[in-house]
Ligand binder design. Sequence first.
Ligand code: FES
Length: 139
Amino acid sequence: MSVDVGPSSDFAEKELRLVHAGRRQVGVVRWNGNLYAVNNYCTHKGGPICLGILGGRLESDRPGSLSLDISRPTLACPWHGWEFDLQTGRALPDPKIRIRTFPVSEVQGRVLVDLGGTEIGPRREAETPAIQTFNPGAA
Ligand code: FES
């Protein structure tokens, strides 16, 4: 089921906007004109990943060489810095680990997040943490 999370004009390029969709908090990003949606829950230890750092994908094909691929957005978790590809949800250092992503579209000037068939209902704390602030001394 798709949830209307607001007008297209609310989603500026390369800014992550945290919205409520069903019982979840979902981060929505417009990157190079494409929209991405991700659950605000890091699968490493449950951090609020949408409070992390949004950027391109840093790559290296040999020691001493780095390049930045800005065609693909990544999100670094604020708790321990794990980076995830927003297109696939996969962690960059270990693709077997994923965060949950959702299909997102624009219809008649509105942004719609597709949560699937069973996502509408009361919010469950175990799946969607409250907004938390990063405390480097506590991690
Ligand atoms: S909780 Fe996200 S990297 Fe650890």
